[in-house]
Write a new protein. Sequence first.
Lengths: 556, 325
Amino acid sequence: MVIHDVIVIGAGLAGMRAAVELAEAGLDVAIVTKVHPIRSHSVAAQGGINAAMNKADSWKDHMYDTAKGSDFLGDQDAIEVLCKEAPENIKELERMGAIFNRDDKGNIAQRAFGGAGYARTCYLADRTGHSMLHIIFEQVIARGICRYNEWHVVEVIVEDGVARGVIAIELLTGKLHRLHAKAVLLATGGYGRVFSASTNALSSTGDGMSLALRAGAPLMDMEFVQFHPTTLKRTGILMTEGARGEGGYLINANGDRFMHKYAPNKLELASRDVVSRAEQEEIDAGFGDDGCVFLDLRHLGEKKISEKLPQIRDLAIKFEGVDPVKDPIPVKPGAHYSMGGIMTDIDGKTPIKGLFAAGESACLSVHGANRLGGNSLLEAVVFGRRVGRGVAKFAKTAKLYPFPEDALKNAAHGIALLMNREVGESASKIVDGVRKAMQKHCGIYRDKKSLEEGLAKVRQLAAKLDEIALVDTGDIFNTEMINVLELGHIVEISEAMLLGALNREESRGSHSRSDFPTRDDENWLKHTLVYLEDGKFRVDYKGVSITRFQPEERKY
Amino acid sequence: MRQVIKFKIKRFDPMGAEGNAPYWQAYNVKLDHGMTVLEALLKIEKNDDPTLSFRRSCRSAICGSCAIMINGTSKLACHTQIAPEFEKHGEMVIGPLDNYQVLKDMIVDFTPFWMKMERVKPYLVPKKEPKGGWVITNEDTKVIDASQKCIMCGSCNGACNSQEIDEGYIGPSASAKAWRFVGDIREGDKRLRLDRISQEHGIWDCVRCVSCTEVCPKDVAPMTAIEKLREEALAEGLDDNPGAKHALALVDSVKRVGRLDEATMTFKTLGFLRSLGMIPFGLKMQMHGKMPHPILFPAIGKLDEVRGIYKARERQRKNERKKKG
């Protein structure tokens, strides 16, 4: 058995930023990740990171925009931290080696993003996440932080309400390992892959959330999923909001701009939930083209597109066969970001002693019912750092509780059961079924009947999980087995999402109920909590922190 | 009718029934419009053979997981459309990256890749920050921007000819990373970095075959980074190593006689004592009539014109230096 002070699960921006902080505090921290750190999905963030850097802007304006963007479900104590600490985090990243695009005077340039009252999104072309993830990974290397790459965590071990460590499977050998620690930090990213069409990496299956749920921690606001307005028609690959920030238009099949009908002031730069719904309405009203509208960048000209959006151009050409310099890009709304996640306090603590969460897998909540573009990278670094410091403080005085004797044996038994089943269900059929059900019943527009149907379908498929048989029974890089482990997470998360969505009888942010089309602050200005107890889901609620900005009607 | 294309995939499973040897397996894939190689692999995994192992994640050419050999060239599976690829080659032959040890099917051991990366100290070692913070212009960024685009997919190392004969060679990817810091105006350890990477297995071992730059899916142009590192190393006066000496001897030879004086090059590159070790090689060359005369070496005609080029370049350099201030 290996012992560390702290184990961080997930090596995206939030996880590695926290690990750097833990190493700085002199602790023995190890990162466990199912892919190599720089393969983590933070790498795919394109458009940028928000911070009120300019004198004409202020963290309070940033906070207001974020609270309004969240449809007032965001916890304002957390949002205040996010916006206040943003500028110093940008400067810190730069000292670590990050490079941002500059204006003519040599100051950090900022582009306009959706739902923001000021152009406050810092960027490096359209690969900001790539740059930042690599920079933080460099810092991890510089500090010699221990990494378990391509290890898949199968269980977070909690006994008597205290986290003891994790059990993980090493993909290279198929061996199970015990990692014993005083604290465990989950930073495993989002759950976009519960849907069949998503901008997310194939690995974004929400593992950490489901691990936390099984360990006894509640998930919060899982019904809130962001559908990004511009994802490629065929593949669902992301076309950054920066494309509209740089002046791109949305047009329908007739070639007409349509956003003035839905957001007369902010037009294409309204918040994402608003723009996605507008697109869907255009498509449903017969103004779409094969389920799509178009992102038109032609008027920006080749020079600007090549300088500011080179990756967008390459992706559109390579994956859609469309050169945005010459033709508009066919796009549709697609699942993009998980506002929900593991319920934590402002320091990343879950109700389980020694168990923490950060980044997209956590729900503080800074994004509430809808996240603003440019705020996710920001959350990852600001709260990666903050939670890292909090965990360090905890681990410095915490006791190392014993690792339960039978934990490894039980985990090994579960894996063996799966590996040895000779005849059974095909995992890929089940996962297809779940994803189709979620796409159909838990998409942009929802209603009671459809959600109930979805829930029934998912539950029916979930019952088959214990009957899956593998074709691949090898030990080395058994990707089929990993797919099955991920499917277990997908199914649990889907059920939590459907339950939250079914119960929430209002429309707020990304959650649009056709049968309850308005926001209902009187009854629903509260967070959904979902617990898993003895194999059964239980739904509960908790209040929202409202400090500076009272809920008001949301218009763009 | 959708086209059906046969994928010939090189497989390997050290624990499998086929024993410890690679073997070929064919799968038929029904082509969808715009389908990529990664989509085909996912389809095979799902419908035909879940035992097929390959790395995958973002499927949008930014995470760097899925570099493999496609018809003899290192490419990202997710970034390669099948239709044009098939049209060009008339077949789809898929396998693990060259120059890496295969672990299973298309999964290769990246450990040496990451160790090389760590050898170049892949993080900024900043100089003292000026008062009021660094002012970085877009021009400063441009110098290192190509290197910054690297997604560490390892395609270049898979295509590298020097890497093929010398496992210890630092390789194009780590060299590009080294340039990313050497070329950064904030970097404090520039000279130390250049000194280290000028040693054996370093930048001077590149044979400039351009393969790395050709296969790079993100236009990092590692070979250009290597050339810049060489220029900077010489500008820093780091010429006390065989690679730099060889380059300088070449420059000198052309200036002196207008062409390559191979015999003198050997002495200038290796020094007198180590050149003695080359005597057996020289004798062999002599036997085949390939040995250049050690003393009598005819200069080309119109040597003035060659020297004129040198003078012009010298003037150009002076102007560049003036501009830089």
